[in-house]
Design a protein around this ligand. Sequence first.
Ligand SMILES: Cc1ncc(COP(=O)(O)O)c(C=O)c1O
Length: 433
Amino acid sequence: MNNSPNRRSFFKKSLVLAGAFSSGSLFNQLHAEDFEKKANIYKDLSPEEMASNEDYWSLIQQAYPASSSPVLNLNNGGVSPSPKLVLDAVDRYDKMANMAPSYYMWRILDQGREPLRQKLADLGGCDPEEIGINRNATEALNSVIHGLDLNKGDEVIGSIQDYPNMMNAWKQRALREGIVYKQLSFDFPIEDDEFIVDMYRKAISPKTKIIHVTHVINWVGQIMPVKKICQMAHERGLEVIVDGAHSFGLLDFNIPDLEADYFGTSLHKYLSAPIGTGMMWIKKEHISKVWPLFCDQDPTRGDIRKFESLGTRSFPLEQGIGEAINFHNGIGKKRKEARARYLKNYWAEKAIKIPGVKLHTSLKADYSCVIAGVSIDGMTPRELESTLLKKYKIHTSPVSYENIDVVRVSPHVYTKPSDLDRLVKALEELAAK
Ligand SMILES: Cc1ncc(COP(=O)(O)O)c(C=O)c1O
């Protein structure tokens, strides 16, 4: 086998040249021109006007293999599919890695990590030195939850509507170390920020150290007033951890503008990055005091990279994030968010007119984006979900949890209005029974 320096430098060069961070990116090769042409045709339309422009969105739909799935996927909030160029990038990197894994992964592909950190920081509107790359929101947030020094009796305020993996992390700390984990309970939908902020405020005691809040509640899609909660918490000397699994890559915001202290997200939801990719953000001044979950040679250093000693993981998946960001940027943050809202409203506004159908999510823009919960009188969430799947080939997510009984519906930018017509028709037929 020819393993000459020339051959090696060819691979190195070709990767760098063809990588997601260069002008030779797959996005530039496959989509940039078409995206630009279409965007130019409609350059006078605002994101909101563009949201219903099916000519533009058909271009996006064509880029996703999921558009032709035999099962209509309306559970993108669970995990979102990637566009084809992301799958191709991962495949390309994977083939390369498997030529000589330790060489290509640890000497070639890992050179993409710093450009990726920069790209993620650009997307989050923050400093790359505050971005840690990992595998999912659970890993990102568990790193923070377990990494903070707390003493017996110190209090953490969260809610029972936070995500189970994070609630379990806090419960384990309570069990093991005697911290006090207080959980609020919300009756969503709530269209009153002050009411929500007040719930957290009232739960604070002299022992409270942390507030844990979910940016977009996964069960019903309620958007929480994170910034207001952070401001209220900071006035009282508390820190705030934000679970952004359902907001990042969908809502148009910069992470620092939330004014939180810690933020964790998956990238395989609305960013459509490869499945098994995630990210953490820690405000620079806090990095040194958070202990890494996977130990580092210098666990107290103020370098975000100390959270990346994960052992062997998929570098091809990680590097595939770059093309997902290219694709996302190709659409544009504002246009993507506006389309997501349009799709949710498209079906939900029809659904609420059907006798017997209830919506459990606000339709006001401040309180929801793409996710909504729906129910039909006389059917359990499990019955509704399984009938939608068996009879109509529509995949959704049933939620019977605490005070929430809904089927969660979460479209994505590749979802067509005609797909949602199918859902509305199914709801009409089932509600009429
Ligand atoms: C609000 C929220 N946080 C965290 C997660 C965990 O994401 P992951 O499984 O990618 O770690 C989810 C998953 O759906 C979620 O809905």
